[in-house]
Design a protein around this ligand. Structure first.
Ligand SMILES: Nc1ncnc2c1ncn2[C@@H]1O[C@H](COP(=O)(O)OP(=O)(O)OP(=O)(O)O)[C@@H](O)[C@H]1O
Ligand SMILES: [Mg+2]
Length: 328
């Protein structure tokens, strides 16, 4: 399968006065053509930093990035600023958490989409408006003609989110990165937006990585789920398998922290006991060791490597095989 995104041992460090914040610590992630992958994990686990690094959006001055970072076969870390602009304008589009930050309040939504279309392609204003209208229809905005002339604040949160997706699609991206596209919205609107992303993936052949706190939504929309903890993917695999046969103790606690472990749409991850480690002072061993009920002394002396469990399922834990035998 062609990989649209290939991350190998990706590390992202922020240089702060007197310390180095290790936000991403060796992420391995492949996104196949037409695939939808959900990134889940507690707040601060490095989900947004990973997504932003794919477009190299971090400040060059205060950030160190290393490892392999390829998009559509191209080495993003070696790109010139011109190549980066092409990557951001043509290949990859990102949908941010809060649409009000991405949309300019002083222009109508339609004007912003028309401008994006004309920046990309030489077309008349009339033609660009037709295309903007088609995009609004594609993201299922009702009364699209009227809504093109609305200002961002005149739209509901869900409609704004759809308008932002239309804006992202205006450059015909191959890859869509959606950073928690829906947290500010209520649960039903959230799942509708994620289902829309899935439909758009099928219609347009997109490849998508999205971040969510809603495991039920991840299960419904994603082909694969990757679980992040302290800047590492500690478990990943086909969505259904990961949820029914989780193997890493952290994934187990995440799933247990939801009511009765059932797949419930719209529920956010509850916090689990203890706190994640200080990213500027990571422990020597497994970063989850301090909070893990299965930890043995070995867990505090070395970092567990990624172990394959077959069928694209893998996890990083020294005790995988013993835990699999324990009752959930
Ligand atoms: N520019 C930056 N400079 C310093 N530290 C940063 C910077 N950006 C992010 N961090 C830190 O990196 C860590 C990972 O942040 P990130 O935003 O990726 O978390 P997240 O998994 O997206 O969390 P959430 O679910 O809350 O969105 C956090 O500790 C954050 O404070
Ligand atoms: Mg985030």
């Amino acid at each position: 399968m062609t990989d649209m995104i290939s991350l190998k041992d990706l590390q992202v460090q922020f240089l702060a006065p007197g310390k180095v914040i290790r936000a991403v610590n060796g992420v391995d992630l492949q996104l196949g053509l037409g695939e939808v992958v959900a990134l889940i994990g507690e707040s601060g686990s490095g989900k947004s930093v990973t997504l932003r690094s794919i477009m190299r959006l971090h400040s060059e001055r205060s950030t160190r990035i290393s490892g392999t970072l390829q998009v559509d076969g191209q080495d993003v870390l070696a790109m010139s600023s011109r190549e980066l602009a092409a990557l951001r304008g043509n290949t990859v589009a990102m949908i941010f958490q809060e649409p009000l930050l991405a949309l300019d309040p002083v222009y109508t939504v339609g004007a912003q989409i028309i401008e994006a279309i004309r920046r990309h392609k030489k077309v008349s204003a009339r033609e660009a408006r037709q295309q903007a209208l088609a995009l609004f229809e594609k993201v299922r905005i009702p009364s699209p003609e009227r809504r093109l002339d609305a200002y961002p604040h005149e739209m509901s949160g869900g409609m704004r989110q759809r308008a932002m997706i239309a804006l992202a699609l205006s450059c015909h991206p191959k890859v869509l990165l959606a950073d928690e596209p829906t947290t500010a919205l209520d649960a039903t609107v959230q799942i509708q937006i994620l289902l829309l992303l899935r439909e758009l993936q099928r219609e347009l052949g997109l490849s998508i990585v999205f971040v969510t706190h809603d495991i039920g939504a991840a299960a419904e929309v994603a082909d694969r789920i990757a679980v992040m903890y302290a800047g590492k993917i500690i478990e990943q695999g086909p969505a259904a398998q990961l949820l029914t046969q989780p193997r890493h103790p952290y994934t187990l606690s995440l799933l247990k922290s939801r009511s009765h472990g059932a797949l419930q749409k719209g529920r956010r991850l509850d916090t689990i006991g203890g706190a994640p480690p200080d990213l500027s002072n990571l422990p020597v061993g497994c970063a989850f060791g301090e909070r893990c009920q299965y930890a043995v002394p070995a867990c505090h002396t070395a970092v567990p490597p990624e172990q394959s469990l077959g069928a694209g399922h893998s996890a990083r834990c020294f005790r995988l095989h013993e835990i699999a035998l324990a009752p959930a």
